[in-house]
Design a protein around this ligand. Structure first.
Ligand SMILES: [Zn+2]
Length: 370
């Protein structure tokens, strides 16, 4: 499921593709994908004629600001993907909403599991934030602070922790506590901070809070730089991310912990798979009984039964020409991918060379001299 870094990447890619374009309408085959209007026709009417002024992100939603004081939000949820394609390109059955642009292109929302939602909202004339006309309140009223904002200081984090009880993993996933963190980066941040996922908030000492604050921000920043983690169905308009190669514990059950070498463990907390190292992430004695009770009460999800609905991965669609990139765009994307692969290969060679030089100071070089 796309989290802050993945949605940020989608928003940045989209920015380069649609800012300045005018939306002429929307069509779709899945009315439940529309969060703001009862029908796709009304949603389309609300969008028609509006120009895209900017593309940003709030929590896990893409926020497209439109002319005439409106915003289009796109919540990718589990499997949502966005592509900008020439109008009339072939589409597979997982494309559920298509936004027509005046220049002939289409913005397509592809969503295999169909949990994703889009909406068109008026903006508050005072704050400029999207409003939910259903209750007149701000759409993001219940959403916590952005962890990468300058305002999200250690002091601000501590003040939010004061009012909280419960365990760290569910707390980090709570979008009202902090925006944008999901299963992947909660597990990674807790491992980096050496804090057990079932640690209770009340047992945190000031240095624990400082580590958690630092590591949540660090992992999210690093993941944004790497275009997010392309696990399962996540991809962005200009291609996959590569943070998945840098994850230390997420979906690495049984592999050695990069810090201590003991196997990574997996438990289910609140129906979410949770990965951690029981050696590096110790539970204080006061938390052990409560944690054991939580683990007894949760059963691992059944592995039998019907597999989850899965479409083809985005990369598998390329042969049909449905990616929507013009040849020039495809070449640019390929060039970027080649440059990135070359850069990573060079970094690996340098790391190997350094490791080799360190362990055998009089190795190959000495042999050549002789
Ligand atoms: Zn460890």
């Amino acid at each position: 499921m796309p989290e802050l870094p993945e949605v940020e990447t989608v928003a940045r890619d989209l920015r380069g593709l649609i800012v300045g374009a005018t939306i002429t309408g929307a069509v779709g085959d899945w009315p439940r994908a529309i969060a703001s209007h009862p029908t796709i026709e009304e949603f389309s009417d609300a969008l028609a004629g509006r120009r895209v002024e900017s593309v940003g992100r709030r929590a896990k939603l893409v926020v497209v600001r439109l002319s005439g004081a409106a915003a289009l939000t796109i919540h990718l949820k589990m499997t949502g993907q966005l592509f900008v394609v020439p109008g009339g390109s072939s589409a597979d059955r997982h494309v559920h909403v298509r936004f027509a642009l005046a220049d002939g292109r289409e913005l397509r929302f592809r969503d295999i599991r169909k949990f994703g939602r889009v909406g068109c909202w008026p903006l508050d004339p005072v704050t400029g934030e999207p409003l939910d006309p259903a209750d007149g309140g701000a759409l993001f009223a219940g959403t916590g602070p952005e962890p990468l904002d300058d305002a999200f200081t250690l002091g601000a984090f501590r003040r939010r922790l004061r009012g909280r009880r419960g365990r760290l993993k569910p707390l980090l996933l709570d979008q009202g506590f902090i925006a944008g963190v999901g299963n992947i980066y909660a597990d990674e941040a807790l491992w980096r901070a050496r804090l057990h996922p079932l640690r209770s908030v009340g047992t945190l000492r000031p240095p624990d809070e400082a580590r958690l604050h630092r590591e949540v921000r660090a992992i999210l920043l690093e993941a944004v730089e790497r275009r997010g983690s392309s696990i399962d169905d996540y991809t962005a308009p200009e291609g996959d991310g590569f943070m998945q190669e840098r994850l230390d514990v997420y979906q690495r059950t049984g592999e050695p912990c990069p810090r201590c070498g003991r196997p990574i463990r997996r438990v289910v907390v609140g129906a979410r798979a949770t990965h951690f190292c029981s050696w590096c992430q110790r539970l204080p004695a006061a938390d052990r009984r409560g944690a054991a009770a939580i683990l007894r009460a949760t059963r691992a999800p059944a592995t039998k039964g019907a597999p989850a609905t899965k479409g083809r991965r985005w990369t598998e669609l390329a042969a049909e020409g449905s990616l929507g990139l013009t040849p020039a765009e495809a070449e640019r994307a390929a060039a970027r991918a080649r440059a990135e692969r070359a850069r990573r290969a060079a970094a690996t060679r340098r790391a190997n060379a350094r490791a080799g030089a360190g362990s055998t100071p009089a190795g190959a070089g000495a042999g050549e001299d002789a």
